[in-house]
Design a protein around this ligand. Structure first.
Ligand code: ADP
Ligand code: ADP
Length: 226
């Protein structure tokens, strides 16, 4: 079963810059997959298109067989996204932020409150649930974005550079959390520019550079080539 399928995805920005040059990617259900590449390679553009924040120029993206052009709602139900930049209101509390998210998926209030307690506890934020989120540390804000993305129990979680600028301790605990989530059945795709991160966590790795996939292989095969 294919969790994420990207075919011939191409993006030219308004200024004429071609950020993605017809990329193809398949991620199987249950995988822990890294899209590895240097700054400027096209990772955020790819995630932006999957998040519907960036318009693609051409190509196709589907999530568990749901084409994002024709079955966007079905695709989004299966998909949790953790963007790189904090994009929640700094005035709202963690509890408000995750419960609002449940609203987008039509989850009724009572199960939403139960799920909120679950995800905020899992991510060590339950004690902070009623603090305005601007008071949270950078690491807590990052965990809050993960909690929010997990509210509707997506089968596929996509994270854009989840540990960029994060200290080593939080990075380790985030790695453990994601590994555990994957072992319980969630398919995970993350972007990173750290080889070490892809190597420690992921089973399959694609390397993107200048808008092209230049390698797409298992971690084992990749490491034997380096
Ligand atoms: P669209 O995706 O609909 O084509 P853009 O995202 O290109 O629209 O438009 C955003 C504006 O911001 C453009 O003028 C673009 O040139 C500029 N911009 C944003 N980020 C960058 C970047 N990293 N490099 C160059 N220009 C950028
Ligand atoms: P990465 O996430 O791998 O660092 P990005 O997808 O952010 O790469 O950027 C890929 C390329 O596209 C970069 O050269 C970047 O400057 C350019 N770019 C990103 N956004 C825009 C934009 N809105 N307009 C023009 N160019 C952009």
């Amino acid at each position: 079963d294919t969790a994420l399928s990207i075919s011939k995805l191409q993006k030219t920005y308004a200024n004429g810059f071609e950020a993605l040059k017809s990329i193809d990617l398949q991620v199987q259900t249950g995988d822990f997959f890294a899209l590895l590449g240097p700054n400027g390679a096209g990772k955020s553009t790819t995630i932006g298109i999957i998040s519907s924040l960036v318009n693609k120029s051409s190509g196709k993206v589907s999530v568990f067989g749901h084409d994002m052009d024709t079955e966007l709602y079905e695709a989004k139900k299966c998909l949790g996204l953790v963007p790189q930049e904090f994009n929640f209101s700094q005035f709202e509390t963690p509890l408000q932020i995750v419960v609002n998210q449940a609203g987008y998926y039509g989850i009724p209030r009572k199960p939403a409150m139960q799920r909120a307690q679950e995800v905020l506890t899992q991510l060590g934020l339950w004690d902070k649930r009623d603090q305005p989120s601007r008071n949270l540390s950078g690491g807590m804000k990052r965990r809050l974005m993960i909690a929010r993305a997990l509210m509707h129990k997506p089968k596929l979680l996509i994270l854009d550079e989840p540990t960029a600028g994060v200290d080593i301790e939080l990075r380790r605990s985030m790695w453990d959390f994601l590994t555990e989530l994957n072992s319980q059945g969630t398919t995970i795709v993350l972007t990173t520019h750290y080889l070490e991160e892809a190597e420690s966590l992921c089973r399959n790795i694609a390397i993107i550079d200048q808008g092209k996939i230049i390698e797409n292989t298992s971690k084992k095969d990749l490491l034997s080539k380096l």
